[in-house]
Design a protein around this ligand. Structure first.
Ligand code: SF4
Ligand SMILES: [Zn+2]
Length: 272
């Protein structure tokens, strides 16, 4: 795919989600290629963006991610907000995660599952505090196929019900909508684009991504052709239109006040 074709695809997705150029969007920047390309394109298309990075304090990896994010924001001339997890939550992600795992049955809670819940909680809360109208993430087509298939394999397709280029089904004043400009773009094309554009990206893998079920599913998805992945996506979109999220009743967490499907939100449930 040429850079022009990729840009065209992303523009079509942005039209589909009706993203306004007048409203401030926070781009969740990890330092990796996907979120860097997301920021690069939104800026190029004239959107009002700011960067948001969660410094997870995972040793050398996090230091390199932070350096990449700082360089990117300087290059794109956008404001960067850094959330230092150690300062805000008392410890780095490795310690927080071990503390959670030691309280739960061994092997039940995977690294990425815990980290993902905590990051999602931070992102929504901080985006609201910064008065952003939307959060843009770097999720791409391969991610979405992996998530959809993981939920199918687990027998819970309804967990994908809120998926799409824009978060749907839940409307709540405390929820900042999430958009995924790269939703219809293959990961390989994003990697190629980031290299052609010479974006300051950390291509290393997170050292903690070692044991998730999704990584096993990714191995399987990587054996599929582009056509097969696209077919899964098309079918997923059709199925998801008809699905309602499980227990779609939204309430506020009794401990932190954030959105939750239960009396206590997932993050507080893990960390209390
Ligand atoms: S790969 Fe897993 S552990 Fe590493 S930052 Fe991502 S979610 Fe967290
Ligand atoms: Zn909570």
């Amino acid at each position: 795919m040429t850079p022009e074709q990729l840009e065209k695809k992303v523009k079509e997705t942005l039209r589909k989600v009706k993203l306004s150029k007048k409203e401030r969007i926070l781009v969740a920047l990890s330092g990796g290629k996907d979120s860097s390309v997301t920021a690069c394109l939104l800026k190029k298309f004239g959107y009002d963006i700011e960067g948001f990075h969660i410094d997870l304090k995972i040793g050398k990896y996090s230091k390199e991610c932070l350096a990449s994010v700082k360089k990117l924001c300087k290059q794109l001339d956008i404001k960067l907000h850094i959330y230092d997890i150690k300062k805000e939550m008392g410890s780095g992600m490795c310690y927080l995660r071990s503390a959670v795992q030691s309280k739960h049955k061994k092997g039940m809670l995977k690294n990425c599952a815990i980290c993902g819940v905590i990051k999602k909680w931070i992102l929504n809360k901080e985006a609201r505090r910064l008065k952003a109208k939307a959060i843009a993430t770097g999720h791409h087509l391969d991610d979405e196929v992996q998530i959809f298939m993981t939920n199918i394999f687990k027998g819970s397709p309804e967990l994908s019900a809120n998926s799409g280029p824009i978060s749907r089904n839940i409307k709540n004043k405390k929820l900042v909508p999430r958009i995924k400009p790269l939703f219809y773009v293959f990961e390989d094309d994003i990697r190629e684009f980031s290299k052609k554009q010479k974006l300051p990206v950390n291509y290393d893998k997170c050292p903690c991504a070692i044991d998730s079920y999704r990584i096993q599913v990714r191995g399987f998805i990587n054996t599929l052709s582009r056509k097969e992945k696209e077919n899964i996506m098309k079918n997923a979109e059709e199925v998801l239109k008809k699905l309602k999220s499980k227990g779609s009743e939204i309430q506020y967490c009794g401990l932190c006040g954030e959105l939750s499907r239960k009396r206590i939100c997932k993050k507080c449930e893990l960390m209390r």
